[in-house]
Design a protein. Structure first.
Length: 190
């Protein structure tokens, strides 16, 4: 069975929202038209356009136009539509989509960089977990950020609790004081 084609004039159109209403030629009640029903048209509709359409019922039971076209407007193939720079959506909607894609791509790039940095860092320095797991290795080998001096801190010293070891900077844990001295580290002054 061939679908019935109706004809009417576009009575209202909200371009920023992508919908409007058709006044049917047969005098029936106005018909809702969404931009998605105008697939393949070469331009956006405007008030006064003659619209050719089929009738459909949406999920809420409301009548709406479907498979619509603008009389006199040329149709374009789907391939041309894909390559065309102008979207059938208003620019406001186009910017939102582009912004979301850019955000998702940025997050993906950041995640890849973070994973790479963690892998690089893990292969570059000893794991802080493995060096702390030995209970006898509690001497902190710290590098002074002011002068670059290598100093070690023994438990009970004044700065011991506030000293943090960052293996990525070359800092490390020692099991004995003699091991720290043999590695070229000097005892902290306090």
């Amino acid at each position: 069975m061939k679908p019935i084609l109706y004809k009417g004039r576009l009575k209202t159109w909200k371009d920023d929202r992508g919908f409007g209403f058709i006044k049917p030629d047969d005098g029936n009640k106005d018909v809702f038209l969404h931009i998605s029903a105008l697939k393949g048209t070469s331009r956006r509709p405007k008030v006064g356009d003659i619209i050719l359409y089929e009738l459909a019922t949406d999920s809420e039971g409301k009548i709406r136009a479907s498979n619509a076209s603008i009389q006199g407007a040329t149709l374009r193939s789907l391939d041309l539509f894909k390559n065309q720079t102008q979207s059938p959506l208003p620019k406001k909607h186009h910017r939102k989509k582009r912004g979301l894609v850019e955000i998702l791509m940025s997050l993906g790039i950041i995640a890849v960089i973070a994973i790479f940095a963690m892998e690089f860092r893990a292969s570059d320095s000893p794991s802080p977990v493995s060096s702390v797991t030995k209970p006898e290795c509690n001497i902190k080998g710290n590098i002074s950020f002011n002068k670059g001096k290598k100093v070690y801190h023994l438990p009970g010293m004044e700065d011991y609790e506030s000293t943090f070891i960052d293996p990525a900077k070359g800092e490390r844990w020692f099991c004995t004081e003699s091991e720290a001295i043999a590695s070229g580290w000097h005892k902290a002054p306090r």
